[in-house]
Ligand binder design. Structure first.
Ligand SMILES: Nc1ncnc2c1ncn2[C@@H]1O[C@H](COP(=O)(O)OP(=O)(O)O)[C@@H](O)[C@H]1O
Ligand code: SF4
Ligand SMILES: [Mg+2]
Length: 438
């Protein structure tokens, strides 16, 4: 599968904007980063001298994002995606490991250094209804980061606010400046959040499920704006989503997270067509296939719902893994934590079966990769029937709203300068692939 096989998030048939010409020297890294939260225990439990317990929300994550690159962090609800994103922008308390920007350790910085870091690394939150101050006008919301970073008021500041709003698709900017968040739809608010994140010209942006709270009809417009900013400004994204098909649609690389750890990483096409970790296989098996003749063997995970305060010993996926028993490695999986094995082509897999020579290792032809079906039998490759000519594809992107229509001032009765109208009804995103949770 190549990038050309992927449906575009822009206009069907139009190629996904690639970061051609983007300087690729910026690098943001997490090295073995952990975020552990102390669990509040009752007074009686403390008196009994019980050891403190922790929620290991992020538990040794390695991740690299280059300028202009879209890395998608995918996994079911509660696996630690948001906390990882917050650790990256230094909003979560880091218990271990290091955050590096261009090789410089920024884990312990504070004060002015941290302010400078946040100018370069910004975040867009999931919920545009919560993330904007309801008492501030849009113009002030966008200008606030400029205040914090000492950009004096005047022509330059006004120009930057206008440019940020218009590059987020809110045109003309003057129609929005004196409005309050409650006067805007969900899609417009998320555009405001994008503008506020972009006004300082960051090099990296953490986008935490930026479209999951939005109506399907406005998602494409938001994604398109983000990808245009990647193209025009070389922004690198950590794009967090629970939706593997969306990750495949927009990411260059995907990192699959399970219970605080990244279990598989790789180029998007490669990871989706040749998954090298049983958990990725489970996520993929419930990804919709547009071709009904190519139904995948749906893989329902059994075992307890993962709990970050009780991470299993050994491989953390072992209580739910359908492949450990058929390969007779249950004991090893229960006691030894697999490292991330390099399986070639830029892919890593934290599974003992991906050890050199194993059935999920790099030299296994992909049609030979073992997959357990819902009836418990092992087959090879991902789909029923004869070997497919082409691997799986993501569903078509949501209905496209032409960007101009989405952003043009609507409802002539409201007069000139009225902000654009977008459907703002929050809609739950597609359910979590593996669990149904969103
Ligand atoms: N501030 C916090 N205090 C305690 N536990 C937390 C805190 N933030 C997140 N968690 C827990 O950490 C785990 C990961 O949460 P989160 O990063 O929000 O996951 P995701 O974004 O993948 O849904 C969850 O079990 C969650 O309950
Ligand atoms: S190490 Fe064992 S339990 Fe973990 S994913 Fe691989 S086979 Fe399954
Ligand atoms: Mg989250």
């Amino acid at each position: 599968m190549t990038a050309a096989d992927r449906p575009s998030v822009a206009i069907p048939g139009e190629a996904l904007p690639r970061p051609a010409g983007v300087a690729t020297d910026g690098l943001l890294e997490l090295q073995g980063v952990s975020v552990h939260f102390a669990l509040h225990q009752g007074f009686a439990t403390t008196l009994r001298g019980a050891p403190p317990r922790f929620v290991r929300a992020v538990d040794g994550v390695d991740l690299r994002i280059r300028s202009g690159e879209v890395v998608s962090l995918v996994g079911e609800s509660g696996c630690g995606k948001t906390t990882t994103g917050r650790a990256l922008v230094r909003l979560a308390p880091i218990s271990g490991g290091r955050v590096l920007l261009d090789g410089k350790d920024v884990t312990g910085i504070g004060g002015r250094e941290l302010r400078d870091y946040r100018r370069r690394v910004q975040i867009i939150f999931q919920d545009p209804y919560e993330s904007l101050n309801p008492k501030q006008m849009i113009g002030d919301i966008i200008a606030e980061p400029l205040d914090i970073h000492g950009v004096p008021s005047g022509a330059e500041r006004a120009e930057r606010v206008t440019r940020a709003l218009e590059s987020a698709g809110l045109r003309p900017a003057r129609a929005y400046l004196r409005r309050f968040p409650h006067e805007l739809s969900g899609g417009q608010r998320q555009r405001v959040a994008i503008a506020a994140a972009m006004v300082l010209d960051p090099e990296f942006v953490v986008a935490d499920e930026p479209v999951s709270m939005l109506d399907v009809s406005v998602r494409t417009g938001i994604l398109r704006i983000m990808m245009e900013l990647r193209q025009s400004r070389g922004v690198g994204y950590l794009f967090i989503t629970h939706d593997l098909s969306l990750a495949w649609l927009i990411a260059d690389r995907i990192a699959v997270m399970y219970l605080g750890r990244v279990v598989e990483t790789g180029p998007a096409e490669r990871l989706v067509s040749q998954p090298r970790h049983p958990y990725t296989q489970a996520l993929l098996s419930v990804m919709p296939s547009p071709d009904p003749k190519r139904r995948r063997r749906r893989l329902i995970l059994s075992g307890e719902t993962p709990d970050a305060s009780r991470i299993p010993s050994g491989c953390r996926f072992h209580p739910r893994c359908p492949l450990a028993a058929p390969y007779g490695i249950e004991e090893r999986c229960r006691t030894e934590d697999p490292p991330a094995f390099d399986v070639g082509a830029g892919v890593t897999s934290a599974c003992w079966l991906a050890e050199p020579g194993g059935p999920l290792a790099g030299d296994t032809p992909w049609r030979g990769i073992p997959v357990v079906g819902d009836d418990g039998t092992i087959t090879h490759g991902l789909e029923r029937g004869p070997a497919p000519a082409a691997p799986v594809r993501a569903p078509e992107p949501p209905a496209v709203t032409p960007p101009d229509a989405a952003n043009a001032p609507a409802a002539p009765a409201q007069g000139p300068g009225t902000p654009a109208q977008e459907t703002g009804t929050p809609a739950s995103g597609p359910g979590d692939p593996a669990t149904g949770a969103g």
